[in-house]
Design a protein around this ligand. Structure first.
Ligand code: MOS
Length: 758
């Protein structure tokens, strides 16, 4: 996926576009003022337990999988076992003849292009009946040649995945300066190739929808990262007015990018429900999760980098081949373009099409792969220069700042992360020579680090309403969704902070496309979009309440103190009013509309920053890697809820270590199927594989980003994890593994390469 497309998705799809933001104030206040203000917060930036924690741990929270409606049918989808075929015929009659089957649909015509593509569907009274019927659907395929191995697909003689189009397509190029001149100026030039494999999302809750019709209005409960986008997608697919579609998502067991768009299964559920006149539930299986709802595309990144003896980087070039099946891969070049300030940089990226299901965005798409390549080559460059890799980064990190103000907030954030992380891991313990560290038997120890940037300052135009009730209760309504990150809690924290209440006093409504617009919960957008919108609504409510109380008490609004649900005059404490009195004076004006204003999404300060540090132990006999200690420092601006922010970092680091060491989806070239479409054969890290993680936040708050100066965190915490570990492995054994996952086999191969000196 191209990052520009990604930002378009993030901004919304057929929904209010970002309104033109006010230009950054020319003489903006320096950060210390904002930092001082942050210290005054009672709830914001502190640790607040999830307001819905009790619901979740007691099993009362209703996930899409838990939805049961009266008369609900079970829908099942038949998928192609063939990677490429002409669908000659589909006979639904035997399936429809099964008692208890109420509807069947043909879903494929013409060609199927990957194993797992949907072909037919049935709706039946229960799951066994649906399964039985599905097995009876007769499909005649005419087999066609296919290719699932992306390296074979590059060959000109390989079967064409897309009719009449080559399998390899250049999809990105970029250049600044003059790389040839830059390499000529360098004292040291190295060229290295790094690979990242296919990583599957595997959220705990698989994809799924429950669809029901009320007259001509469609209601879909969906396990999604974007209720508004799915509403629009369903409306288009079913040719309905968007106003006649409501998408609801109360709780979700993870998505990681695989649930950003409208699912084919959601459309199937809606069609089956329309045909049968009954609610229909379609849940995907664990296998489906591995074959038809995406994965992180692979990458094959060749970097050439030149530097002067003192570490000044003079030129970078990157040639990448990415593979995302029948969809384009990810651009991985943003890190090399943005993280370091090298004046000469050239990028060329190609995507390789294969007969494999389409990739989907996965937690920091592109950056995650790109950071592995870039941060690895930085490590190897440091070794070639005989320089400390942290110093090499400090010397070169981008100091692009915000507009022309000359205030390098962004750079300050990254620098602070370097400082915090290095201190936490004990960087001074690092042995300066790769492979020269301490050893216990076959085990070698090493330290490594990696830096990262990622977008994440939120979507301008996000809306939230704050509603006051006569009894003093407060509701905050926003059409965002909580995908497991604690959105309800941060909304309650911000409203409570602003109104002088406690988070538990606030009723949160979200996860419904009928509510005010918010972007997808992806792109690390949720908190920096929603929290400022809630803040804006709450500030407006407080201002209005104070003005009305002041009129009642015949004092200036500035003289009013709002304490919990009481109003009093500062100058004359005898003058006070109850919430009920002030509420009456509000008349009907009890809904306050908030919006996330602030900077547009394309400013450099929009970025979040991070630096991760790892200590590992590598067994030179078995190739096993153990991560012993980990330190993660993030700059996400103002942290809204420290507890859930730390959870994001734990999750991101865990996923990064898991992908770095274990996870890889394997394709069978003979049949075109996924070899390991389950959680037994696809290895994911468990808690026993994860070390102590020390988490730090750089308190660098730029108040111009949005009214809280808050930035995202979900994806940033994922980006530097795999390269930090790879670099620690390099430091331990003196050879870079250059491919993730760093399985024992690959570690041993790398050690052999070292012995043979190649
Ligand atoms: Mo993320 S890959 O935008 O869920």
């Amino acid at each position: 996926m191209k990052s520009k497309e990604y930002l378009t998705i993030a901004r919304g799809d057929g929904t209010p576009q970002a309104r033109p933001a006010a230009p950054p104030a020319a003489a903006a206040k320096p950060a210390p003022a904002a930092e001082a203000k942050a210290a005054e917060f009672k709830h914001i930036g502190k640790s607040t337990a999830r307001v819905d924690g009790r619901e979740i741990v007691t099993g009362r929270a209703k996930y899409t999988h838990d939805i049961k409606l009266r008369g609900m049918l079970i829908g099942k989808i038949l998928r192609s076992p063939r990677a490429a075929a002409e669908v000659v015929s589909i006979d639904l009659a035997p399936a429809l003849a099964v008692p208890g089957v109420l509807a069947a649909l043909k879903l494929a015509e013409g060609k199927v292009r990957y194993a797992g593509q949907q072909v037919a569907a049935v709706a039946a009274v229960d799951e066994p009946t649906a399964e039985k019927a599905l097995a009876l659907v007769k499909v005649e395929y005419k087999l066609l040649p296919f290719v699932v191995d992306w390296e074979k697909a590059r060959d000109a003689s390989a079967p064409q995945v897309r009719d009449g189009k080559p399998n390899v397509e250049k999809f990105n190029e970029y250049a600044r300066g003059d790389v040839e001149k830059g390499f000529a100026e360098a004292d040291v030039v190295i060229e290295r190739t790094y690979r990242t494999g296919f990583e599957t999302h595997h959220p705990t809750e698989t994809h799924g929808s429950v669809a029901t019709w009320e007259g001509d209005h469609l209601i879909v409960y969906d396990s999604t990262q974007g209720v508004h986008g799915v509403r629009d997608g369903l409306a288009r697919a079913l040719k309905l007015p968007a106003a006649n579609v409501t998408v609801i998502k109360n709780y979700m067991g993870g998505g990681f990018g695989s649930k950003l768009s409208t699912g084919e299964y959601s459309v199937v559920a809606a069609r089956l429900a329309r045909e049968t006149g009954r609610p229909v539930k379609v849940l995907l299986s664990r296998r489906d999760n591995a074959v038809c709802v995406g994965y992180r595309p692979s990458s094959h990144q060749t970097y050439k980098v030149g530097a002067k003896k003192d570490g000044t980087i003079t030129a970078f070039s990157l040639l990448n081949f990415a593979s995302g099946g029948i969809a384009a891969g990810d651009e991985v070049s943003e890190p090399v373009v943005d993280v370091y300030k090298c004046p000469n940089c050239k990028v060329e990226e190609h995507t390789v099409f294969t007969n494999v299901g389409a990739q989907r965005a996965m937690r920091a798409p592109g950056h995650t792969q790109g950071a592995f390549g870039l941060e690895s080559v930085m490590e190897e460059l440091a070794a070639a220069l005989d320089m400390d890799p942290l110093e090499l980064r400090r010397k070169n990190y981008s100091t692009k700042n915000l507009g022309d103000t000359g205030l390098p907030y962004s750079s300050k954030g990254l620098d602070r992360c370097y400082e915090l992380g290095a201190k936490a891991i004990g960087w001074e313990r690092r042995n300066p020579k790769p492979g020269g560290g301490s050893a216990t038997g076959p085990w070698r120890r090493g330290l490594g680090m990696a830096s990262s940037i990622w977008f994440g300052a939120g979507s301008p135009g996000t809306l939230a309403d704050l509603v006051l009730y006569p009894d003093g209760s407060v509701e905050v309504v926003c059409g965002t969704q909580d995908i497991g990150c604690g959105t309800r809690t941060h909304m309650a924290v911000v409203a409570a902070e602003t109104l002088g209440l406690e988070p538990k006093d606030i009723t949160i409504k979200l996860g419904n496309s009928d509510y005010p617009w918010a972007p997808i919960s992806g792109g690390s957008l949720t908190t920096p979009s929603v929290a400022p919108a809630v803040r804006d609504a709450a500030v407006k409510a407080v201002e209005r309440l104070k003005a009305v109380a002041a009129a009642r008490l015949k004092v200036d609004a500035g003289d009013i103190v709002m304490d919990g649900r009481k109003f009093a005059s500062k100058s004359d404490p005898a003058k006070s009013a109850t919430f009920a009195e002030v509420y009456r004076d509000l008349r009907r004006e009890t809904v306050f509309h908030g919006e996330r204003g602030g900077m547009p999404m394309d400013q450099f300060a929009f970025n979040t920053f991070g630096a991760h540090f790892a200590e590992v132990e590598v067994n030179t006999k078995t190739g096993q890697v153990r991560v012993l200690k980990y330190a993660a420092a993030q700059d996400s601006g103002q942290i809204v809820n420290k507890l859930t922010a730390e959870s994001q970092v734990v999750g991101g680091v865990t996923q990064g270590l898991s992908a770095g060491l274990f996870e890889e989806r394997v394709m069978d070239d003979a049949t075109g199927n996924v070899v390991n479409p389950n959680l037994r054969d696809y290895k994911i890290a468990t808690s026993l594989d994860i070390p102590e993680i020390e988490i730090m936040f750089a308190d660098v708050v730029d108040p111009r980003i949005n009214n809280l100066g808050t930035k995202g965190l979900g994806e940033p915490a994922r980006v530097p994890a795999s390269p930090a570990v790879a670099n620690a492995v390099y430091n331990a054994i003196g050879v870079h593994v250059r491919e993730i996952p760093m399985t024992p086999k690959r570690v041993l191969e790398a050690l052999k390469r070292k012995e043979s000196g190649s």
